[in-house]
Design a protein around this ligand. Structure first.
Ligand code: HEM
Length: 562
């Protein structure tokens, strides 16, 4: 009794109260924020190699420190050395398995019914695009994909090439004005040039801004037969809302991740949340107008006039909206979401890739000169076949997508206990080898690191980290079978969710490169800003010390350099 009274007496001391209060708060927080589901951890997963969690705050922040430090490649180089498959910890004790073993990745991506997109990825994408292809699952996904597929066939892409050149020419005109004329300086660069970047006959230009406008207009014109008017040297609501959203999306990374894990935090009105809502509002208004106009047009068009016409994306979507058979029909909401998905997924990824490619050209003037020579050896507007027959252009696009893929990773979670096949054995924490298969419990998160696979020296040679388009002359490269759709790369992944727009993207990147390199040369800025790629919805270039996405390069007219 006396002992209990002495213990209670201790509560009068304020340090004891503070410690007890904090402990109680921590316990309540852990209970309130328990992740939605915890996978059953198998012995083999527990034994996977991986970085230790930091002391004291391990449960709270996991290995986020390492992840944040390497936002561009996503996987910390020290982790890569630990094994092709391993495990790390996200915030709030969320365990994540990583792999860049090509056999494991291929098997996971192929079994889309067992391995689905992770809820948190879907929730984030769903806020932007609604219930389109990027978020649909199972039978819904198969139905949506079947309906949209014809708009991405080789024939459909061939028919889009002239439109792509029209838009690329318009883009080149604006770029020309930016180079020649001070009046467009505000349009050309996000930040004014430093004194050393003011070079006669050349201009600092933010190519990300321009390429984003170009790729939006290409989707508008080629996919929806509509001028979205992003490529105008004036404010455009669609472009501004997309850029504002992308620039704010990862403002509060930890809170955003927490919101994606816990529904209870979803209502915090962060700036990025408001930006997402505003952007979705602009895109929805636009898609409602597109649907209304096309439905009216289809209703008045005589049926037989359609015979030779390759249907565009909007045709297919609006017709599916009117279809009588349920397995061929898309609801109003699904059509709207599909439009948002195509507009969004189709522009951010491709714009980033064109920027990366131009920067590689700026860093490697010798390759830029060789590529320009190849481009000048062909006609002004090469057709689909000729575009694909330019070997250096193909190798440069491949090398760009290898080193800076717009989606540097993707995450999957399994709906049942299963086994992941491995082609590269892993040494476990206890020193034993995990050889051919990794049993995993239902609800595991697996992080598929596209970048790590695409930059591994065992696959691409000792100079894997370097930009070297000539590596593809060696027929033994890549040295492993990569689970991908094109060029021996994983950039467009494989399986039922592989990128539906990969042919369109490749054609668009090539058309833009041919047009821009014919007329302009690209150099790094003399002030040598530290440009790095950050994870966003799609990877995005930024400059150290400056806010928002941008790709500033020094641009001059080719005639001026001759
Ligand atoms: C360089 C450009 C591009 C790259 C590297 C790229 C990459 C990818 C990747 C990796 C995925 C799989 C995402 C996942 O499941 O985790 C994907 C899906 C998708 N992409 Fe692309 N993409 C590009 C351009 C485009 C374009 C131009 C469009 C359309 C106009 C597009 C539309 C889509 C759609 C709709 C999906 C969802 C497919 C499904 O789940 O069935 N992408 N893309």
């Amino acid at each position: 009794m006396e002992y209990a009274q002495r213990l209670l007496g201790l509560l009068d001391a304020w340090p004891v109260r503070v410690v007890l209060g904090l402990t109680l708060f921590y316990v309540c927080l852990r209970i309130a924020l328990l992740p939605p589901h915890r996978p059953k951890q198998t012995r083999e997963v527990a034994n996977l190699p991986g970085p230790p969690s930091p002391p004291y705050v391990g449960w709270l922040i996991g290995n986020m420190g390492d992840i944040a430090e390497f936002r561009d490649t996503v996987m910390h180089p020290d982790w890569i050395k630990m094994g092709w498959t391993g495990r790390c910890q996200h915030i709030f004790g969320q365990e994540t398995i990583w792999t860049y073993d090509p056999v494991a990745m291929g098997s996971i991506l192929q079994q889309a019914d067992v391995w689905q997109r992770a809820d948190n990825t879907e929730r984030l994408l769903g806020r932007i695009t609604g219930s389109g292809l990027l978020t649909a699952k199972g039978a819904d996904h198969r139905r949506q994909r079947r309906i949209v597929n014809p708009a991405f066939s080789t024939n459909a892409i061939k028919a889009m090439i002239p439109t792509m050149f029209d838009k690329a020419d318009l883009c080149a005109n604006i770029l020309g004005q930016c180079v020649d004329d001070d009046s467009l300086e505000h349009f050309a660069a996000r930040y004014p040039p430093k004194p050393e970047d003011r070079v006669a006959g050349a201009r600092k230009v933010d190519l990300l801004a321009l390429m984003s406008k170009l790729t939006q207009d290409v989707i508008g014109a080629a996919g929806f037969n509509t001028d979205l008017e992003s490529l105008r040297p004036k404010e455009n609501a669609l472009d501004s809302s997309i850029q504002f959203m992308l620039n704010t999306l990862f403002d509060d990374t930890i809170i955003l991740m927490a919101q994606n894990l816990f529904w209870s935090l979803d209502k915090i009105p962060l700036r990025n949340r408001r930006a997402m809502k505003a952007c979705r509002g602009v895109m929805e208004k636009l898609s409602a107008r597109l649907m209304r106009d096309r439905a009216a047009q289809l209703a008045t068009e005589p049926e037989e006039a359609d015979e030779d016409k390759v249907p565009d994306m909007l045709d297919l979507l609006v017709k599916a909206n009117m279809a009588e058979r349920e397995d061929q029909r898309l609801s109003d909401e699904e059509v709207r979401s599909q439009l948002l998905t195509l507009l969004f997924a189709g522009s951010t990824t491709t714009a980033g890739t064109i920027c990366s490619l131009l920067r590689f050209m700026a860093k490697h003037p010798d390759i830029q000169a060789r590529l320009r020579e190849e481009i000048e050896s062909t006609e002004e507007r090469p057709n689909f076949e000729t575009l694909n027959a330019l070997p250096l252009l193909d190798a440069v696009v491949r090398e760009t997508l290898r080193l800076e893929p717009p989606a540097s990773c993707t995450v999957r979670t399994n709906v049942q206990d299963t086994v992941i096949p491995l082609s590269v054995p892993v040494r476990g924490r206890d020193g034993t080898m995990i050889e051919k298969a990794l049993p995993v419990g239902k609800g595991s998160y697996v992080f598929l690191s596209i970048s790590s696979l695409q930059q591994h020296p065992d696959v691409w040679g000792p100079d894997a980290a370097e930009f070297n388009p000539d590596r593809y002359k060696d027929p033994t490269i890549p040295k492993m079978n990569i689970p991908g759709m094109w060029g021996g790369l994983a950039a467009f992944i494989s399986g039922p969710h592989h990128c539906i727009g990969f042919r369109l993207a490749l054609a668009e990147i090539k058309v833009a490169t041919v047009t821009l390199l014919r007329h302009f040369s690209f150099d790094e800025l003399p002030s040598k800003p530290d440009i790095f790629i950050v994870m966003n919805v799609a990877s995005r270039p930024e400059v150290k010390g400056e806010s928002g996405g941008q790709m500033p390069l020094l641009v001059r007219r080719v005639e001026a350099t001759a």
